[in-house]
Design a protein around this ligand. Structure first.
Ligand SMILES: [Zn+2]
Length: 172
């Protein structure tokens, strides 16, 4: 059980302050992309149980501080995906990186499943800044209909776009 009170309490993904580093509420992460840390996958908040598809938007010059976009997916997505990924073995929590051969049948299963998830994910969700997504979040912002109306940067995965995404995080 996650503690929700006291010194070790975890702040829900919906309540992370923009400026105060906080322990990551994401207690279940399946990383289908990895580059010195999770770059793509599914994450579930241990407090509210919301599930998100996440992907890397940008990183700083050292690929150290990252900004991830989290798009809401329906409850049960994580369970259904780990079931579909059983060709890669049993999941390990809090962080599972399914280890598969890049061109093998299981990699294709995972890729198909993530494309399906991608197609169903909401545009709404969160933007998160972190150096260590599974352990600590430095800043977060809800991406709601109004935030989407303001527009999000169109460049992803490029170092040059870090400042653009960081500006969205700071925008209120
Ligand atoms: Zn939450």
């Amino acid at each position: 059980m996650e503690q929700t009170h006291g010194a070790n309490s975890v702040t829900c993904c919906q309540r992370i302050d923009a400026n105060v580093p906080t322990r990551s509420p994401f207690t279940r992460i399946v990383a289908t992309g990895w580059y010195g840390g999770p770059t793509h996958g599914i994450a579930q908040c241990g407090v509210c149980a919301r599930e998100f598809l996440f992907s890397l938007c940008a990183w700083d010059a050292n690929a150290d501080t990252r900004i991830l976009r989290l798009r809401a997916v329906s409850t049960g997505t994580l369970a259904s995906l780990t079931d579909r990924f059983r060709c890669a073995g049993a999941p390990i929590w809090p962080l599972w990186v399914p280890a598969v051969q890049e061109s093998g049948a299981c990699a294709a299963v995972i890729q198909d499943a993530m494309s399906d998830t991608e197609a169903l994910a909401e545009e709404e969700g969160l933007l998160v800044q972190s150096t260590d997504f599974q352990n600590q979040i430095h800043a977060a912002r809800n991406i709601d209909a109004a935030a989407l109306l303001d527009g999000l940067p169109t460049t992803v995965g490029e170092r040059a776009s870090f400042n653009e995404w960081a500006a969205v995080l700071r925008r209120r």
